[in-house]
Design a protein around this ligand. Structure first.
Ligand code: PMP
Length: 344
C-alpha cells in the first residue's frame, strides 16, 4: 500500500531543485533575459536549507554526528531556521545563540521548531565571554557530540552550493547562462555556484552584491580590510563587517553596493510586478541588476540568473510594513504622485 502513495518521506527531499522563474515586467526596459532562482521554494523558505542539510550530512558521513547529538550555531536568521528544521527530522538537538537584538517573532519561530535559543547581550564586543560567538563556542566545547556550524568560516558552506546551486543553474539554463548575480553575506552561495559555473565556462560573469556599510567590495578590490567602510545598515544577510573565509573573492568578478532605501522599494516592486513575495536581499539583487544594467553590463544576448535568497513572510514588520518604511524615511524621496497612492 505504502508504495502506491506518492508522498515525500519528510521535508528534506524537497530541499534544492528550486525553480528558475523569468522576470518580466520589472526588467522590461533592460537589455537581456533575466531569471530568478527563487530559493523561497525550499521547505524552510530560504537558500540556507541547502547548507544546513549538506553540512549536517557531511558530518554524518564523517561519523562525527550520530542521532541525539547537538547542532550549534550563532544565528537568528535563515540558517537557524533551516538547522532547526533539519535537526527535527534527523533527531538532533539544535542550540542557537542569538543576539538580544533579534525580534521576539524570530526567537519564537526558532523555538517552535524545537531549537533551544540562548539570547546573548547585543552590546558587548565579539571577544566578550557573553557574546553570542563565545557562548556558542563554549557550548560546543562543553557539549559532547556537538558540531559548530560556523557558517562564515566553514568551507562546507561553499561546497554545498558547488554541489547543488551551481549544477542546478547550469542544467536549468542548458549552459546558456552568461551572468550570475547574488548577494554576499557568508559568501557561500555566490562562491560555490561561481566555482561550479566557471569550471563549465570561465566566461560567465559573476556579479556580487554588497551593502553600503560593509567591507566586502573594498576588500575585493584592494585585498585590504578597511574598518572605515563599516557603519550600521538595515538589510539583514547582505554584506559583513569582517572577511568571511566562506567567500572565495577570486571567483567573483565585480561587486556592486546597494542602498537600504532603493533595495526596500525594489523588494516591494518585485512583489507588485512579478507576483513574487520575496525577502529584502532579493530586492537588493534586483536593485543591483538595475545598476549593473546602467553601467552597460548586459546586452540582448545576456542570460542573467539572479539568486533570490528567501521569502517575503519574514519581512512583514520591515520592508512590507508601510509604518516601518515611513519610520526609516524611505517614503520621503518618493514623488508626490506616488505618496498619494500609499495608505498609512
Ligand atoms: N540573503 C539572506 C536573507 C541571507 O540570510 C543571506 C545569508 N547571510 C544571504 C542573502 C547571503 O547568502 P550567503 O551567506 O550564502 O552569502
Amino acid at each position: 500500500m505504502k508504495e502506491d502513495i506518492k508522498a515525500h518521506d519528510n521535508v528534506l527531499s524537497l530541499i534544492g531543485n528550486t525553480p528558475l522563474i523569468r522576470l518580466n515586467k520589472i526588467t522590461e526596459s533592460l537589455p537581456g533575459n533575466f531569471y530568478a532562482k527563487v530559493e523561497a521554494f525550499n521547505p524552510g523558505h530560504s537558500t540556507k536549507d541547502r547548507i544546513a542539510l549538506y553540512i549536517i550530512e557531511e558530518a554524518e558521513r564523517q561519523g562525527i554526528l550520530t542521532p541525539g547529538d547537538t547542532i550549534i550555531e550563532t544565528t537568528s536568521g535563515n540558517t537557524g531556521f533551516s538547522l532547526a528544521m533539519v535537526s527535527i527530522i534527523k533527531g538532533y538537538s539544535c542550540i542557537l545563540a542569538v543576539s538580544s537584538k533579534s525580534s521576539k517573532d524570530k526567537i519564537d519561530m526558532l523555538r517552535s521548531l524545537g531549537a533551544k535559543v540562548y539570547v546573548c547581550p547585543a552590546h558587548v564586543s565579539a571577544d566578550d565571554e557573553r557574546s553570542y560567538y563565545n557562548v556558542a563556542k563554549r557550548l560546543h566545547e562543553e557539549t559532547k557530540g556537538s558540531i559548530y556550524i560556523n557558517q562564515y568560516f566553514n568551507q562546507l558552506n561553499i561546497d554545498a552550493h558547488y554541489k547543488s546551486t551551481g549544477p542546478e543553474i547550469w542544467e536549468q539554463t542548458n549552459g546558456k547562462i552568461t551572468h550570475l548575480i547574488a548577494c554576499s553575506g557568508t559568501g557561500g552561495t555566490i562562491s560555490g555556484a561561481a566555482k561550479f559555473l566557471k569550471e563549465q565556462n570561465p566566461n560567465i560573469r559573476i556579479l556580487g552584491v554588497d551593502a553600503f556599510g560593509s567591507v566586502l567590495k573594498k576588500y575585493h578590490e584592494t585585498k585590504e580590510f578597511d574598518a572605515e567602510e563599516i557603519y550600521p545598515y538595515r538589510i539583514e544577510g547582505l554584506g559583513k563587517n569582517l572577511i568571511p573565509t566562506a567567500t572565495d573573492f577570486d571567483s567573483i568578478d565585480h561587486f556592486m553596493k546597494v542602498t537600504d532605501e532603493e533595495s526596500a522599494h525594489t523588494t516591494r516592486e518585485i512583489a507588485k510586478k512579478e507576483g513574487l513575495f520575496v525577502g529584502y536581499t532579493s530586492g537588493a539583487v534586483m536593485q543591483a541588476i538595475k545598476q549593473y544594467a546602467e553601467e552597460g553590463e548586459f546586452n540582448e544576448n545576456s542570460n542573467v540568473i539572479a539568486i533570490f535568497p528567501d521569502h517575503g513572510s519574514r519581512y512583514m514588520s520591515k520592508v512590507y510594513s508601510d509604518d516601518w518604511m515611513n519610520e526609516q524615511g524611505f517614503f520621503d524621496s518618493v514623488n508626490a504622485e506616488e505618496v498619494q497612492k500609499i495608505e498609512f
